[in-house]
Design a protein around this ligand. Structure first.
Ligand code: NAG
Ligand code: NAG
Ligand code: NAG
Ligand code: NAG
Length: 512
């Protein structure tokens, strides 16, 4: 009835009421399934990281990183490749900023290579050429109206720190991280308003020290194939030291820089959504435990000053203690790297089949994508990636509730495509599946925002195809295709789609 009235109204009175008609069409644009849900000044961006993008691994005085050494070891990377050249963002950054400008993003997330700034950590000099490089990148971004969103650490650390004292396993690293952070704040803080201390510290701790598949490749024999390590103890020590490093950098920023520079500082956590396998209390608790052992492990100590209760009761003295003056409310925003969802099934009260998550150190839950032979979401060519857009809404809503609606950014979300033997460039360029993925996840994100979640930005992973860690160049996440031989960049359908999506938002923002 409303519709026919509206139609009648427009036909009869429309010509006389152009102002009203304009308002009506605006409210159509501004309906619930539209961009009106995104707050003003919302950041839309694309992401990258130093090791995955820069290349130039020995250029201009850069020191070796843990990833340089690790990727050079035969057998570590699926296609035998490494990040020596990657997509040569170090030299091609000006061209890449133009690609960003074409899409119309207003933020670019990248990380600083610690070993480029401090080749030997605090045991050597500051590398002026490294400082200058990021100066130029930051200035180029700001010149195009793109806010730099900068991670201090995205997996790669100077190998020197590994060799001297065992990297994250030593409390000495706090001194190095604080020194490095202070150099970055001092040099770039006048222009950088968004700082991320760590990218996915949970992944660093788990893959570096439990399964041992990332550097420094430490684990116990029952957890993987490493020459040494202790999978049940070391992940918690490494994590503890990263939390202390985060707190040291935040304290320093707040004490010496924030008042003047007026920026924000946070952390970006890898966030997987877990659906309880059934409605049983046990499975609901298992899903909660999965979040605590994977994500709240870091967020609780930073925000509440202590580890989650579930972890304490299961791990006891395996979990290090914080000193009495440990920082609380130690972030301005939570960065969420979210891609996929799983089911969590209880293994504390019930027996479980072998599988990921079931050990004590992981929190006694079975992680599985399948229930009654049905997948949680459409599978993709990437084995861990299931399309479950509800997951992003549930994740954001969960974090909103647990952390009292602390400001949030989606710091990563994206869709990977595996190289197939017969894959042609046109199949990568016509990435309808990536467009569908981004559409559905952004839609679900809007729904969370409409219900009050304080989300302030969305950063798509990734601007370009790049070095995808253990998978080398076999998985493509870019909005731009990169020919890894010529390094030629070509926009995919998703780049064109994201451009139009952002344009819709900006024009909506301009008229309201
Ligand atoms: C928009 O969503 C809100 C909350 O979900 C709902 O109350 C409202 O009726 C919706 N408006 C329209 C026009 O659909
Ligand atoms: C374990 O690592 C060693 C040395 O890197 C390698 O030779 C061996 O093949 C690996 N074993 C398995 C089962 O991956
Ligand atoms: C759990 O309960 C809800 C509401 O009662 C129901 O809609 C849902 O299908 C149930 N899920 C399972 C796995 O039984
Ligand atoms: C932009 O807005 C128009 C009009 O509402 C809509 O038809 C189109 O699908 C939108 N494009 C994108 C990429 O969201």
């Amino acid at each position: 009835m409303g519709n026919s009235f509206c139609l009648f109204f427009l036909i009869v009175l429309g010509p006389y009421l152009s102002v009203l008609v304009e308002a009506t069409s605006l409210s159509i644009i501004g309906g619930n399934n539209s961009l009106s849900s995104f707050p003003r000044n919302f950041l839309f961006g694309t992401g990258s990281s130093s090791y995955q993008f820069e290349g130039a691994y020995l250029t201009d005085g850069k020191g070796l990183s843990n990833w340089d050494l690790f990727s050079h070891k035969p057998g570590n990377i699926a296609d035998g490749s490494n990040g020596d050249i990657a997509v040569d963002h170090y030299h091609l950054y000006l061209k890449d900023v133009e690609l960003m400008e074409y899409i119309g993003i207003n933020t670019y997330r990248f990380s600083i290579s610690w070993a480029r700034i401090l080749p030997k950590g605090r045991f050597g000099d500051v590398n002026i050429a490294g400082i200058r490089h990021y100066d130029k990148l930051i200035n180029a971004l700001i010149g195009k109206g793109i806010q730099p969103f900068v991670s201090l650490n995205h997996y790669d650390i100077p190998q020197e720190l590994e060799d001297r004292y065992g990297g994250w396993l030593s409390p000495q690293i706090k001194k190095d991280f604080a020194y490095y952070a202070s150099i970055c704040f001092k040099h770039y803080g006048d222009r950088v308003k968004y700082w991320v201390t760590f990218n996915e510290p949970n992944v660093v701790a788990i893959r570096g020290y439990r399964s041992g598949i990332y550097p420094p490749a430490r684990c116990s024999t029952s957890f993987g194939n490493c020459s040494s390590g202790d999978s049940e103890r070391e992940p918690f020590i490494a994590a503890h030291n990263m939390i202390l490093c985060h707190s040291a950098a935040v304290k320093l920023y707040r004490a010496k820089y924030q008042d003047k520079q007026k920026g924000n500082i946070g952390i970006a956590i890898n966030a997987v959504w877990y659906e309880p396998f059934s409605n049983s209390t046990e499975d609901k608790l298992a899903a909660q435990r999965a979040q605590s052992f994977y994500m709240n492990w870091f967020l609780d100590p930073i925000i509440f000053g202590k580890y989650p209760e579930e972890m304490k009761s299961i791990l006891g003295s395996l979990l290090p203690e914080f000193g009495y003056n440990h920082l609380k409310n130690g972030l301005d925003f939570i960065g969420i790297n979210h891609y996929t969802s799983f089911y969590a099934k209880d293994c504390l009260q019930s027996t479980c089949v072998q599988g990921p998550g079931i050990s004590k150190t992981e929190g006694y839950y079975l992680r599985t994508p399948v229930k009654n032979d049905i997948l949680i979401g459409e599978s993709t060519s990437v084995d861990w990636l299931y399309v479950y857009p509800q997951g992003i809404e549930k994740m954001v809503t969960y974090l909103k509730k647990r952390y009292n609606n602390t400001p949030m950014f989606i710091t990563e979300n994206g869709f990977g495509m595996m190289n197939q033997p017969d894959s042609s460039i046109s199949c990568f360029l016509n990435d309808n599946k990536r467009v569908d993925y981004m559409k559905s996840y952004l839609d679900a994100l809007m729904s969370a925002i409409r219900k009050g979640a304080d989300v302030r930005g969305y950063i798509a992973w990734s601007l370009l195809d790049n070095f995808e860690w253990l998978s080398g160049y076999t998985i493509r996440f870019g909005l731009y295709h990169v020919d890894f031989t010529t390094l030629k960049r070509t926009p995919k359908l998703s780049a064109e789609w994201y451009k139009r999506f952002i344009l819709n938002f900006t024009s909506f923002e301009a008229v309201t």
